[in-house]
Write a protein that binds this ligand. Structure first.
Ligand code: 5AD
Ligand code: SF4
Length: 368
């Protein structure tokens, strides 16, 4: 039974200050609060405790990373996808979706622009496009690596075979983002058609790790059918995988998908999850996502003040930005655009932070 549960309201039996403080103590000493501890932290804080959680998480992030926020230039390389995830505007069956794919030369142009703006990391993200196949991808990575020997190259192009991942790595890719989406198998089946498997996705993540990639896992917050237990399963999985990056953003309905009329995820719950994951994974790279900024004008700043330490401005060619429609009304102008980097700098200064222009490798890979 996967009913949409408003668990923020559902679990609002507040926890005592003593219990709350001892759970925070556990997190600060590097221990897991365990499933029932997580359950309390996820569902029970009152607004004062929530504020404390978020500011403590930001303090922990500053302790590790200072007041710098890493930037990644996001290039959306293809809006074609052979998959049919129920939540995503790029799903194969969405006739309302605009489709495009970038050529290697167009991608290199985006990188040149990003380099001029000061980006040291490029993230190439796209649907699972049959035309941008393994061979094409390997060639693309090769071409970017040849022109940008010192930049970090991140791929986010879905589930591929082990051999393909090995070839991309050899061609120069350093990092790979592949959200696990949900660790709960029933919930996974609620979000995806029967041909797709959560297990296969997780196997991909372990393969990527073995190949030496810095990996990013993650999930949406507030997808249809997500319960507290689903999030507890996600946390347990993250504790097991220990990814270098954790991407979390609210679910936002997308026109033309089976979930078009479902409510968006909660910004407050997303911020709480960012704070909790920062406390559990002090070294992780955690973005204040575009989805968060889309739902709430102050979302990016709130994410950083809850422990996030990465933002990913859009470096795609302007005419295609709106076409990469994973969800509706995606923020891709102003501070979400790479050209808006000066505005982003000002926005960050206003909350006491600044842009870090380096590669921003995961701590465990920083010396490599
Ligand atoms: N709302 C928010 N995030 C979404 N994604 C896909 N569709 C949506 C949506 N409707 C996220 C998925 C995917 C990432 C690239 O975008 O988590 O892994
Ligand atoms: Fe394709 Fe990714 Fe969208 Fe699923 S979430 S339809 S795999 S682009």
């Amino acid at each position: 039974m996967y009913l949409c549960v408003n668990f923020m309201a559902d679990c609002s039996k507040n926890i005592s200050e003593n219990v709350f403080s001892s759970l925070l103590e556990m997190l600060l000493s590097g221990e897991s609060p365990g499933r029932e501890g997580w359950r309390l932290l996820l569902g029970a804080p009152d607004s004062g405790q929530d504020r404390r959680l978020r500011s403590l998480a930001a303090e922990v992030a500053r302790g590790r990373w200072g007041r710098g926020v890493w930037i990644r230039g996001l290039v959306e390389i293809s809006s074609f996808c052979h998959n049919n995830c129920y939540y995503c505007g790029l799903r194969r069956s969405n006739r309302q979706a605009s489709r495009y794919r970038l050529s290697v030369e167009e991608i290199l142009e985006c990188c040149r622009k990003g380099d001029r703006l000061g980006f040291s990391t490029f993230v190439f993200q796209g649907g699972e496009d049959d035309v941008q196949d393994d061979e094409w991808m390997e060639g693309m990575v090769h071409a970017v690596r040849a022109e940008f020997p010192r930049h970090a190259i991140t791929l986010s192009v879905g589930e591929r075979g082990e051999e393909a991942y090995r070839r991309f790595r050899k061609a120069g890719a350093d990092r790979y983002l592949l959200r696990h989406e949900t660790r709960n198998d029933g919930h996974y089946a609620h979000l995806h058609p029967s041909g797709m498997s959560g297990l296969h996705r997780r196997e991909c993540l372990y393969t990527l790790k073995d190949l030496g990639y810095q990996v990013g896992a993650g999930m949406m917050i507030g997808t249809p059918g997500q319960t507290v237990d689903c999030l507890l399963d996600d946390i347990a999985f993250l504790e097991e995988l220990k990814p270098e990056m954790i991407g979390m953003g609210p679910f936002i309905p997308a026109a033309g998908t089976p979930f078009a009329n479902f409510p968006a995820g909660s910004v407050a719950m997303t911020l709480r999850m960012i704070a909790l994951m920062r406390l559990r994974f002090p070294d992780a790279l955690i973005p204040a996502t575009t989805a968060l900024a889309t739902l709430d004008d102050g979302g990016r700043g709130a994410g950083i003040l809850s422990g996030a330490n990465v933002v990913m401005p859009n470096l795609s060619p302007s005419p295609v930005r709106e076409k990469y429609g994973i969800y509706d009304r995606k923020a891709c102008r102003g501070c979400e655009a790479a050209e808006g980097i000066h505005r982003l700098e000002q926005d960050l200064r206003r909350i006491g932070y600044h842009i870090s222009y380096g590669r921003g490798d995961a701590m465990s890979h920083a010396a490599k």
